[in-house]
Design a binder for this molecule. Structure first.
Ligand code: ITT
Length: 206
């Protein structure tokens, strides 16, 4: 598989895929490579896996390359695992990453005990061709939410997410260090492992 459509409109995800896949000799094509602009599919799934498959299958019908989609998000235990699959929309329409970070912090502002501010990032990748999912890969990383955003790196909820083994937030980690431990880094490594090990599900992808 030399060329892959990375089917995401999120520039933070695109950067992370590019830095992981290009050194593996995979040409990463973005949604801007499609002959015509394609409307985003509605993410109606109830799980990360369902949404990743829905997106990969949808975009794979608009290209002759394999399509890779990512559905990911933050689960906050004190919020019954919200924002979860609604991570990109938390707090309502019109918010940017900073606004969503403020909305999450506000929702748990009455919880001071760090042990009760536990959270995790999850990521499911789906690889599809011609409208059919070929394989999925996932990753999860545990952490807790601090009280004020910290660090200029990453995207989304990274500045809130304190990762104990790293001793800092994902917003403070450099991109390579985040990739080494993150939910998406784990899922990408599982994908690469399947590619390199000659996984029969991926055999037709070239
Ligand atoms: P696509 O569907 O086009 O890929 P999206 O941003 O809408 O883009 P999701 O529906 O999967 O993607 O939403 C994931 C949200 O979860 C994302 O917008 C971030 O707010 C958050 N998120 C996911 N991975 C993250 C990461 O590595 N660091 C910080 N926040 C992350």
């Amino acid at each position: 598989m030399k060329r892959l459509l990375v089917a995401t409109g999120n520039p933070g995800k695109v950067r992370e895929f590019a830095r992981a896949l290009i050194p593996e000799g995979i040409e990463v094509l973005g949604l801007d490579s499609l002959k015509e602009a394609v409307a985003e599919p509605e993410e109606t799934g109830l799980t990360f896996e369902a949404n990743a498959m829905l997106k990969a299958e949808y975009y794979s019908l608009h290209t002759d390359k394999p399509a890779l989609a990512d559905d990911s998000g933050l689960e906050v235990d004190a919020l019954d695992k919200a924002p979860g699959v609604k991570s990109a929309r938390y707090g309502g329409p019109g918010l940017d990453d900073d606004g969503r970070n403020r909305a999450v912090l506000e929702a748990i502002s009455d919880i001071a005990d760090p042990a009760r501010r536990s959270a995790r990032f999850r990521c499911v990748l789906a690889l599809a061709a011609a409208g059919r999912t070929i394989a999925t890969f996932d990753g999860v990383v545990e952490g807790r939410l601090i009280e004020e955003p910290r660090g200029p790196n990453g995207f989304g909820y990274d500045p809130l997410f304190f990762h104990e083994p790293s001793g800092c937030t994902f917003g403070e980690l450099d991109p390579a260090a985040k990739q080494a431990v993150s939910h998406r880094g784990q899922a990408i490594r599982a994908l690469l492992e399947a590619l390199h090990s000659g996984d029969s599900r991926l055999a037709d992808l070239g």
